[in-house]
Design a protein around this ligand. Sequence first.
Ligand SMILES: [Fe+2]
Length: 154
Amino acid sequence: MSVDDDLAQAEKYPDGDLLAILYRQHADIAEALDRVTHSTGDERSANFTAVTAFMKKHETAEQQVVRPIIEETDRGEEADARNAEEQQADQAIAALSALDMDSFEFDAQFDQLKAAVAAHAEAEEHNEFPVIESSRTVEQRTELGRQFLQAQAE
Ligand SMILES: [Fe+2]
């Protein structure tokens, strides 16, 4: 889903609804990854540090707030697949951190990470978000949104 599509989806839910927060953060992450691609030197390094730190907080909060909902609806294999993808992204980020950020190698590996992150977000949006939407009321999703933001702030 494109940044614009994610933002349009976010608009369908009330502010504070977990789904509005998740769609908006997926758009934010895609934009922040593009900022790395389109910068060089110290600026690229700062952009890379910022986006990877934000992705880590996003993933950790999803693991705490989203995955238990998916597991309870008997789709544990979905939760396991998403958690495994997040571990792979962590490993790809660690490998990228060791490279010269202005090298061809970094560009190539970073493009792979971007594609993997986009596929991961797509899988969440197709397989997890409908479960959250159908199994929780707006009030419950607003409470979950609050928990998600709190988990990110820790
Ligand atoms: Fe996500």
